[in-house]
Design a protein around this ligand. Structure first.
Ligand SMILES: [Zn+2]
Length: 134
């Protein structure tokens, strides 16, 4: 059940990233899923006061709230990325059928070395096939 909820949030975050990259409006269901996850648990560290050490901040993490806290933290990271200074660098991986996203830097179009190698190999194969056909 935990995995199902995490996977569901991942799909909604992917949908929001795809909408941001394509410059189209977000799906309302994806927005409410992320907002729901954000409001499940406070992500800010709370203020505590130790009798000897004095004040300190720490995130409360009772065992039974681990899933809610994980969902909230993931949703907060996604929301920060979508609204932060790196949002314009968000791109989908250029190596189909990969469905990951990356923050573009320079001429990088792939999420990983593996995807880059696969895309380059596919291009080389297509070039060879064209030159043999013609
Ligand atoms: Zn990829």
């Amino acid at each position: 059940m935990c995995a199902t909820q995490l996977r569901s949030l991942r799909e909604h975050v992917r949908s929001l990233f795809a909408a941001r990259v394509a410059g189209v409006p977000a799906l309302p269901a994806a927005l409410s899923a992320v907002n729901d996850a954000l409001s499940r648990a406070p992500t800010a560290a709370l203020l505590y006061w130790d009798d000897r050490r004095g004040p300190y901040r720490a995130a409360p993490c009772p065992v039974n709230e681990i899933l809610d806290r994980a969902l909230a933290a993931l949703a907060a990271d996604a929301a920060d990325l979508l609204t932060g200074p790196d949002a314009g660098r968000l791109n989908s991986c250029g190596a189909a059928p990969c469905n990951r996203f990356l923050l573009s830097r320079g001429r990088r179009h792939w999420c990983s070395v593996r995807c880059g190698d696969r895309a380059r190999a596919a291009r080389a194969y297509a070039r060879r096939a064209r030159s043999q056909a013609g």
